[in-house]
Design a protein around this ligand. Structure first.
Ligand code: ADP
Ligand code: MG
Length: 223
């Protein structure tokens, strides 16, 4: 059972006339077994919220709780370890390593993390995402949609208890969106993962257990 929680989180960038309140008093909770969608237009604070949830950047004030423990109370090393063990990221710019083939991107996960998907489950995942034929390619040779699917597979390969995804379907056509939406729902429900997806893609709504809307840094639960 994993939980990830934000309590009264604020994030302010800059100061004076340049000050931007990216997140305004956010309260949010994600638990195992559920797919949560946070919908919002560009600039509404989605990436800021997701990266604070995952401990990639820190809040200006408020608390981030991973399995009931405050991230702020942990040392940097402990935070890194927690993140690596528990959280899989699918970031907006795919973050694939440019000089490694697709196959090697997965082998890199093997090097840094002991517990990964079994070969059978992994084969299925590659199959479902349609990336088996891409294993020998370099990221530069992939289309946006292909890169996105590789990034999804790489995040899931580490078998994290929490998956955080930033616009994971932005580059995908509608049939691929269905596949990814269903895959996320299946993984949340059948493998008891907490999945949080921030997006403006309303095609994902039907797969979500909970839906929030983020507008100008204000979060509201709508489902
Ligand atoms: P979204 O992902 O929904 O497009 P972001 O979280 O990227 O939104 O940004 C929310 C707001 O915070 C925007 O106004 C953006 O310009 C601002 N912002 C994000 N990151 C920074 C930063 N590092 N420095 C200054 N402003 C930022
Ligand atoms: Mg963003």
């Amino acid at each position: 059972m994993a939980t990830l929680e934000l309590k009264n989180v604020n994030k302010v960038f800059g100061s004076g006339a340049n000050q931007v309140v990216a997140l305004d008093d956010i309260n949010f909770k994600s638990v195992s077994g559920e797919l949560t969608l946070i919908l919002g237009p560009s600039g509404s604070g989605k990436s800021t919220l997701l990266t604070i949830l995952g401990g990639i950047q820190t809040a200006s004030s408020g608390q981030v709780l991973l399995d009931e423990h405050s991230l702020n109370d942990l040392s940097k090393t402990a935070q890194e370890k927690n993140r690596l063990d528990k959280i899989g990221f699918i970031l907006q710019r795919y973050s694939l390593v440019p000089f490694l083939t697709v196959k090697k991107q997965f082998e890199l996960v093997d090097k840094v993390k002991g517990h990964n998907l079994s070969p059978e489950v992994f084969e299925n995942l590659l199959d479902e995402l349609g990336i088996q034929k891409l294993l020998a390619q370099y990221p530069g040779e992939l289309s946006g949609g292909q890169s996105q699917r590789v990034a999804i597979a790489r995040a899931l390969y580490g078998d994290p208890s929490i998956v955080l995804a930033d616009e994971p379907t932005a580059a995908l056509d509608s049939s691929r969106v269905e596949v990814v939406g269903q895959l996320f729902q299946d993984i949340a429900h059948n493998y008891n993962k907490a999945i949080v997806t921030v997006t403006h893609d309303i095609r994902l709504k039907k797969f979500a257990d909970h839906i929030y809307e983020l507008v100008d840094g204000h979060l509201q639960q709508v489902k």
